[in-house]
Design a protein around this ligand. Sequence first.
Ligand SMILES: [Fe+2]
Length: 222
Amino acid sequence: MDQSLESRFRGRFKDPDFTNLELAAIDWLDGFYQLEHLLSTRAWTVRLVPTASAELKFAALVHDAERFFPGGPSGTPDTTFDDPDYLFAHSIRSADIVEDWLRKQPSVPEAFIRRVRQLVLRHEIGGNTEEDILQAADSLSWFDTLDWLAYEWASSGKLSHGKVCDKLDWMLTRIRPTVAMENALDIYREAIASLEGRNDVAQMDLAERRRIAGSKRILLGL
Ligand SMILES: [Fe+2]
């Protein structure tokens, strides 16, 4: 086990503002290799909009939940990453799984469930201001926390370098809020550097990096 790698991520997403419902959702998704991406999407949402609604923060935290549960569309579509057939299947399955989970939690208001569902359904395409923020936070978080995955896809030959570049470019160009774009360029460039093996991601134990990305204990510093 690479203790030094783990120590770099320990407690990165510790946050005293998590609600009990959010903590329950983090428990639910513990072990999902995109847990770090989800925590980061919530953090970016709050950074972009400090007054973000409880629904928006929660949707950010669970928007990709379906990828944790076998049976959905692949995480790497056969066509292109911006293929609506793929994006809509992914978004609808996440919304269904999240709604089902929320309905099993005690005393969650119906209006909260309905709004979270709408946000999850729109997280890939945006919509109104709040929905555009969620989509943008997803992109920022992708550059920030899944750069190792871009490198893994390309270096393992799972996807071509060009296809991974297309994914990163699409995640950048779909960002609409100016405040988000202002934050995007530097971390987009860093994600491209990771993809091309020009920073320390190329030296990481990627299995260990993946384990860290799914560990509630590490990410919340428990
Ligand atoms: Fe996402």
